[in-house]
Design a protein around this ligand. Structure first.
Ligand SMILES: Nc1nc2c(c(=O)[nH]1)N[C@H]1C(S)=C(S)[C@@H](COP(=O)(O)O)O[C@H]1N2
Ligand SMILES: [Mo]
Length: 348
C-alpha cells in the first residue's frame, strides 16, 4: 500500500490524552556506575564506542513522529532529536554480510530488538538523546534510545548501549520469548505471531511449544528456537518457519501447504501424513526427517536459478535415515525430483 493512502491512525489503535505517555515494559535500566557509552560492533569494519559527550557532538537530526504501541495506544507528534543510525553506520563501516541490526539495552534482562539493515535504513532509525526539547528522561529510555519510526514502539529500545551487526537475525526479547511479531508494521496489524491469537495466547504457544490441532494459519515464526515442537494435526498453511530450529518436531498429519521451512533445522522431524504441498524446504537440514505418506505436490527442496541452465543451490541436506520413498516424491517437478533422487542415492 502506498504510504500516502494509509490513514494516520493504524487499525485497532486509539489516541491517548495529549499529556499522557504511558511507560511500558522495563521501567529502569540496570543499575551501574559505568558511564553511558554506545558501542557499534559485530560485522563492522571498525568497532566504535561513543561517550555521551561524543554522541552529543555529532550532527543532530530532529524528527516529529507518531508513537504506536502494540497495546493499542497511539500518541501523535512526539519530537525526538539525536544521531541518525545511518551516520553511525557510515563511521563504523558496515560489512557486506551484515543483514540484521540488533539494539541491546543496559537492562536486567539484556533486553534487545532487531531489524533488517535495509529496513533500518529505509525507516530512518534515530539514536535519540532528547524528546520534546529535553534530554530523554530515564524512564523513557534516556540517555540513549533507538527510535524506529512506523513500527510498533517495542522496536524502539530504551537504554541502548550496544548496536550489533549480524548475518542472521537474533530475535529480541518480545519477539523471541513472548510471541510479538518480528515485523511490527502497525498498518498491517503485525502485533503477534499470528493474526488469530492474542498476546496471552501468543506467549503460551511459544512457551508450551504445543500447537497440536490448533488453527495457526500464516503464523510468523522465522528464526525461532522450537525444538520438540508438538504440532500434530495443526493447521499451519502458509506458516513461516524459515531459519527455525525444529529438531525432533512432530508435524504428523499437519496441514503445512505453502509453509516456509527455508534453512530450518528439521533433524529428526516427523512429517508423516502431513500436507506439504507448495512448501519450501530449500536449505533445510532433513537429517533423519520422516516424510512417509506426505503430499509433496509443488514442494521445493532446492533453488532452481534458471530453466535453461538449471543451477541447483540451497539444496536440502539428507541423511541415510531420512525417510522419503519414491511414491511420495514422484509428484515433484523434474528438477526437484532429480535433486531428491540424487541426494537419496548417495546413501543407497
Ligand atoms: N529496554 C527496554 N526497551 C523497551 C522495552 C523494554 O521492556 N525494555 N519495552 C518496549 C515496549 S513493549 C514499548 S511499547 C516501548 C515503551 O516505551 P515507553 O515506556 O517510553 O512508552 O518500549 C520498548 N522498549
Ligand atoms: Mo509495547
Amino acid at each position: 500500500m502506498a504510504e500516502s493512502t494509509e490513514p494516520r491512525l493504524p487499525p485497532g489503535q486509539h489516541l491517548v490524552a495529549a499529556d499522557k505517555w504511558p511507560t511500558i515494559g522495563e521501567k529502569l535500566p540496570l543499575e551501574s556506575d559505568r558511564p553511558w557509552t554506545l558501542t557499534l560492533g559485530g560485522l563492522v569494519e571498525q568497532e566504535l564506542s561513543f561517550s555521551l559527550d561524543e554522541l552529543q557532538n555529532l550532527p543532530m537530526t530532529e524528527m516529529t513522529l507518531d508513537i504506536h504501541c502494540v497495546t493499542r495506544w497511539s500518541k501523535y507528534d512526539v519530537t525526538f532529536r539525536g544521531v541518525l543510525l545511518s551516520d553511525l553506520f557510515e563511521k563504523a563501516g558496515v560489512k557486506n554480510d551484515a543483514q540484521f541490526v540488533s539494539f541491546v539495552a543496559r537492562s536486567a534482562r539484556n533486553h534487545s530488538s532487531s531489524l533488517r539493515v535495509v529496513d533500518a535504513m529505509e525507516l530512518q532509525v534515530l539514536i535519540a538523546l532528547e524528546s520534546n526539547g529535553q534530554p530523554l528522561p530515564i524512564e523513557k529510555g534516556g540517555p540513549i534510545r533507538s527510535i524506529v519510526p512506523r513500527r510498533y514502539f517495542y522496536k524502539s529500545v530504551k537504554w541502548v548501549e550496544r548496536i550489533e551487526l549480524l548475518d542472521t537475525d537474533r530475535l529480541g526479547y518480545w519477539e523471541g520469548e513472548t510471541g510479538y511479531h518480528n515485523e511490527a508494521d502497525p498498518w498491517q496489524e503485525q502485533r503477534f505471531i499470528s493474526q488469530s491469537v492474542d498476546k496471552k495466547r501468543a506467549k503460551q504457544l511459544i512457551e508450551s511449544r504445543d500447537f497440536s490441532n490448533q488453527d495457526l494459519l500464516s503464523i510468523e515464526l522465522a528464526n525461532h528456537e522450537l525444538s520438540n515442537l508438538k504440532a500434530q494435526g495443526a493447521l499451519l498453511r502458509n506458516a513461516n518457519f524459515s531459519g527455525c530450529t525444529l529438531v525432533d518436531a512432530d508435524f504428523s498429519s499437519a496441514n503445512l501447504s505453502n509453509a516456509n521451512f527455508k534453512d530450518a533445522d528439521l533433524t529428526n522431524a516427523n512429517f508423516s501424513g502431513a500436507d506439504l504441498e507448495g512448501a519450501d524446504l530449500a536449505g533445510s537440514n532433513l537429517t533423519a526427517a520422516n516424510f512417509s505418506g506426505c503430499s509433496l505436490f509443488g514442494s521445493t527442496f532446492c533453488r532452481e536459478s534458471s530453466d535453461l541452465d538449471p543451477q541447483i543451490s540451497e539444496g536440502a541436506i539428507f541423511s541415510a535415515e531420512t525417510v522419503l520413498d519414491e511414491k511420495t516424491y514422484e509428484v515433484l517437478t523434474p528438477t526437484q525430483f532429480n535433486f531428491v533422487q540424487t541426494q537419496l542415492a548417495k546413501f543407497r
